[in-house]
Design a protein around this ligand. Structure first.
Ligand code: SAM
Length: 262
């Protein structure tokens, strides 16, 4: 399961990230009599049972892999994608702004691939819950599989509903949006949130942000702020250390605000 930080020994049924190098990593489930085949030979997964995470294992071609414990970020990047996902750099900020923590009840839309849903579930567990709205049945079904694979489905209720038509939940701690028309959700978010609750909205275009901020101002939200997160990787080599030439230039803008009572 994702977010099981206390686990140090590999058991049957656990996930392992087989690491060859930075570009070649494989998320596998450890099972008896199961081998994992790569172009560098196959790895007998049952040999990992009882070993510590971080152990080295040789493939049939004597190539060394490291059996890492998958992080939340690893799970997200390995998900079967049916939609664009929220990137980990943006998820990190969304988690901070939404203040998602154990026991919180969070409404989210749209579920999409479930990357952001998984991250929220990881933070509100074991006593909190995520209610995630997805209008497209195919995306919902695919996200359900990803949530199950990550082991967080018991902390999430996925609803095959259009969130612009209303939110069923009340007194929630946060509403988190990543969908094309967030401004249409703002009045429903206001009704669903507790006083002082947080709204966070991710949008790829500035036109969406302007409409969303206008709707927030008209609907009783305060402390409205929009940010963009640019993450630049570094190339580290003595005498040649500098920023990497290529970077993800744009993902989107994050707007966050608080509900003031009327
Ligand atoms: C960019 S994807 C979300 C990706 C998601 N944050 C993730 O990390 O995997 C946007 C999703 O919103 C859904 N959507 C769009 N409008 C919606 C609405 N009114 N109600 C519910 N879902 C909606 C789309 O079908 C799509 O799956």
């Amino acid at each position: 399961m994702v977010c099981e930080s206390s686990l140090s020994e590999i058991h049957e049924g656990n996930d392992v990230l087989l690491y060859l190098d930075r570009k070649r990593t494989y998320l596998v489930k450890v099972e008896q009599e199961k081998s994992f085949h790569t172009h560098k030979g196959f790895v007998q997964l049952e040999e990992l049972v009882g070993k510590q995470y971080g152990t080295r294992i040789a493939s049939s071609m004597n190539i060394e892999f490291v059996a890492l414990k998958p992080t939340l970020r690893d799970h997200i990047f390995k998900m079967q994608r049916k939609t664009q996902i929220t990137y980990p750099k943006d998820i990190s900020l969304i988690l901070m702004f939404s203040d998602a923590g154990p026991g919180n009840r969070v409404v989210e839309a749209g579920t999409g691939t479930g990357a952001l849903t998984t991250s929220l579930a990881c933070h509100v567990r074991p006593t909190g819950h995520v209610y995630s709205y997805e209008v497209r049945t195919k995306f919902m079904e695919s996200a359900l599989k990803n949530l199950k694979r990550a082991g967080v489905s018991e902390y999430v209720t996925v609803k095959n509903k259009d969130i612009t038509e209303g939110i069923d939940e009340t007194e929630v701690d946060a509403v988190v949006l990543d969908l094309a028309t967030p401004w249409l959700v703002i009045p429903h978010a206001y009704a669903a949130l507790k006083g002082s609750g947080v709204l966070v909205s991710f949008s790829p275009t500035i036109d969406q942000v302007v409409k969303t901020v206008e709707a927030l101002k008209e609907n009783g939200f305060v402390a409205i702020e929009t940010v963009e997160c640019l993450m630049r990787g570094m190339q580290i080599e003595r005498g040649k250390t500098r920023p990497q030439t290529l970077m993800t230039g744009h993902t989107g803008y994050i707007t966050h605000a608080r509900k003031a009572l009327k």
